[in-house]
Design a protein around this ligand. Structure first.
Ligand code: ARG
Length: 259
């Protein structure tokens, strides 16, 4: 995770970002600390990446890399505003002794567009990641990569439209309308028992959640998901990240998983 010390909305690269709306940085930091402390209270280790001035979106750490079985595929950002974040993440992994760190050739924004289930790496495309990054990820991770076409600009990254509920299983929740008709068919075929989210919960960033297989940490506004998650044996953990929503991100965007 990377604290929002330099968080701002000074440019707009997704429909949620409005530079005219002021951001309350102390509140953003307090909300972020609450998320970090919840992870720790759930027994998870949280590593903290130093924020860099001039990189206001760096708080969205999920975009910095993808890590599977200890192998790291770095990011290459679609917009120049975020370009320099990639090196900060690569430096962190190298300094922390990850032996297998790949600098990507093709554009991918880390876990923004890559999601890992037991059998697959699901990979979004359409707004950010290059379709060519899918083959690159398959080569690095040695797992089958399933390309999914995103069609609604509000759900510009895969992690705004789909969440993995248990990465020891193929258990996901998603918002179908964010995907092309063909990709919806693929999702139904691979995940016939998936939890289907409605528009209200998707717009509340309910799919931008992080699960440890039992606890699902998600934005508090996604109230429609709490009941269905409980029915499936999960424990929803609601978090208020209202300030970070102004950048077009929530729980998952702030969290890069070190698998
Ligand atoms: N403002 C950031 C961007 O548009 C938000 C990134 C959100 N991250 C995510 N994993 N969806 O790039």
């Amino acid at each position: 995770m990377c604290p929002p010390a330099h968080f701002k909305v000074t440019y707009s690269i997704n429909p949620w970002m409005d530079p005219a709306k002021p951001v309350d940085v102390p509140l953003a930091v307090a909300q972020w600390e609450d998320l970090r402390d919840r992870y720790r209270a759930l027994g998870h280790t949280v590593e903290v990446l130093d924020p860099r001035p001039g990189l206001p979106d760096m708080v969205f750490a999920a975009n910095g890399a993808t890590v599977v079985d200890g192998r790291v595929l770095g990011a290459r950002f679609a917009y120049p505003e975020r370009e320099l974040e990639a090196a900060a993440h690569l430096d962190w992994f190298r300094a922390h002794g990850y032996p297998d760190v790949h600098e990507p050739v093709h554009v991918n924004e880390g876990e923004g567009d890559f999601a890992v289930t037991a059998s697959y790496v699901l990979a979004g495309r359409g707004f950010r990641a290059s379709p060519l990054s899918h083959g690159e990820a398959q080569e690095v991770f040695g797992r089958p990569v399933i390309g999914l076409d995103l069609v609604n600009p509000r759900f510009y990254h895969l992690d705004t439209a789909l969440a993995v509920l248990d990465d020891n299983a193929d258990d996901v929740m998603y918002y179908p309308a964010a995907f092309s008709a063909g990709s919806q068919d693929v999702l139904r075929r691979l995940f016939p028992d998936a939890l289907i989210a409605d528009e209200a919960d998707a717009v509340a960033f309910g799919l931008n959640s992080v699960s440890d297989g039992r606890h699902v940490v998600l934005p508090q506004g996604a109230v429609g998901l709490f009941g269905p998650l409980r029915e499936r044996g999960f424990v929803p953990v609601a978090i208020d990240l209202s300030e970070l929503l102004k950048g077009g991100g929530s729980v998952k965007c702030c969290t890069l998983e070190l698998r």
